[in-house]
Design a protein around this ligand. Structure first.
Ligand SMILES: [Zn+2]
Ligand SMILES: [Zn+2]
Length: 437
């Protein structure tokens, strides 16, 4: 898998100089080398500029990071003034932009990752009722294919929505732990994978799922052959590294599982098990020192998630919560991280992504024919201000209009936000798709 996307091979030609000793050829070769080096430098510079310009909807900026020691990220200035010698082996260069969407699926987990090389990953798919909303959200971003589908563990609040996802998209690789769980939900999942002719890649420590454009995704847990008592502890724990920044995804793993394998600083932690005290304690957080922590849980859930013990342990982190913030999007260019959220912190959130919970009833059947993906205004509450809060519209980096999901005027890099946010930022409704005014 890792061999498919080798973005760093450009320089290898430069190392193959003519060794036969003809002086004239050497001079020409030197000139060519310089030209190629300068071309590379300009290309890198343009990539950096393009990457930076996407961070338009930021609300937080990352503090300078003292822990970034292993990966060298070339700044745009350095790229212009000192082209790297063509004969040096290059560290992984970052290219493109990473976006991680922590989807508001109520009580459950689902993260959609837009990888810097243009591929994408879905980790978990919430409960069954969230499936169609997840599909709509991903389609709204312009994707019809999911390169990596990761089921962290067989619980229904993580794989319940998988049948809807498997119906709606073509899939590259499926990753799951080797866990046996005979529920109807898990059987549905396995049946549909088989029906699509897909096979499951067994997740275990040390396997690398992705490696391209300076971005890697490695599995830290479960270890091969592990048979923990608690199904949550089969959770695939994976670390995404892009340039100098790291994101950790933990499923529902207990801290007894993560403490031995997650020992280093991470910039963004997807807090384990919806903020349960079983997944987060002071010892784990002392190792991870997460700058940002994202908790995926449902408003007023019956488990009392997130637990106060977890919130206290995360006192030094900036905490985002899907139950309060709605869907949360983190953007990274390899050296800076920004966040944007669907809602303001003060609003109490009870809806799932993009539309009212009521619309999820349509997803209980496996048919995707009714997936007119326009996010509707809330049906659970009827005031006009809640439509502003609950309706998701999309804007583009450069456009002045906001659009409904699926509008032909939208590009692949559309940015979701609430209707209220779009209006407050001065966007006006698109005349083609007629979103609510
Ligand atoms: Zn679980
Ligand atoms: Zn869970």
């Amino acid at each position: 898998m890792s061999g498919q996307y080798s973005g760093n091979g450009k320089h290898s030609n430069l190392q193959q100089g003519n060794q036969s000793g003809h002086q004239g050829n050497q001079n020409i070769l030197q000139t060519h080398k310089k030209l190629i080096a300068i071309t590379c430098a300009i290309f890198l510079f343009l990539c950096c500029v393009a990457g930076c310009s996407k961070n338009t909807s930021s609300t937080h900026y990352d503090a300078p990071d003292s822990s970034s020691d292993s990966v060298q990220v070339q700044s745009s200035d350095a790229a212009v003034s000192t082209p790297a010698p063509a004969t040096d082996p290059q560290p992984a260069q970052t290219q493109g932009t990473l976006r991680v969407h922590y989807l508001n699926v109520g009580q459950g987990d689902s993260e959609f990752i837009e990888l810097p090389n243009g591929t994408c990953m879905l980790i978990d798919a919430g409960v069954a009722d969230a499936g169609q909303d997840i599909v709509n959200y991903i389609k709204g971003l312009g994707y019809s294919h999911i390169d990596y589908l990761v089921a962290t563990h067989p619980h229904a609040d993580h794989i319940g929505g998988m049948p809807a996802v498997l119906s709606a998209f073509t899939i590259g690789e499926v990753w799951a732990p080797k866990a046996v769980h005979t529920t109807k939900t898990y059987e549905n999942f396995l049946d549909q994978i088989a029906a699509k002719g897909l096979t499951i890649n067994t997740a275990s420590t040390g396997k690398r799922i992705h490696d391209a454009s300076g971005c890697t995704i490695d599995i830290l847990s479960p270890s091969e052959g592990a048979q923990p008592k608690d199904l949550n502890d089969y959770s695939i724990v994976e670390q995404l590294t892009f340039g100098s920044k790291t994101y950790l995804f933990t499923g529902d793993a207990s801290s007894s599982v993560t403490i031995p394998v997650c020992k280093q600083h991470v910039d963004v932690l997807k807090v384990a098990h919806h903020g349960s005290k079983t997944g987060t304690n002071a010892a784990l957080i002392a190792q991870l020192t997460p700058t940002y922590a994202v908790i995926s849980c449902g408003a007023g859930n019956s488990y009392g998630h997130p637990h106060q013990e977890a919130i206290s342990a995360l006192a030094s982190s900036s905490i985002y919560r899907t139950d309060q913030d709605g869907t949360i999007t983190s953007t990274c260019d390899g050296s800076n991280i920004t966040f944007s959220t669907e809602k303001t912190h003060s609003a109490s959130a009870s809806t799932i992504i993009g539309s009212a919970a009521g619309s999820a009833a349509a997803s209980s059947g496996s048919s995707s024919s009714s997936a007119s993906s326009a996010p509707s205004s809330a049906t659970s509450s009827n005031t006009s201000s809640s439509a502003d809060d609950n309706t998701i519209v999309y804007v583009t980096k450069s456009g002045k209009k906001y659009h409904m999901d699926g509008c032909a005027s939208l590009s692949k890099s559309k940015i979701p936000m609430t209707l209220g946010e779009a209006k407050s930022k001065g966007y006006t409704p698109c005349s083609k798709c007629n979103p609510p005014a």
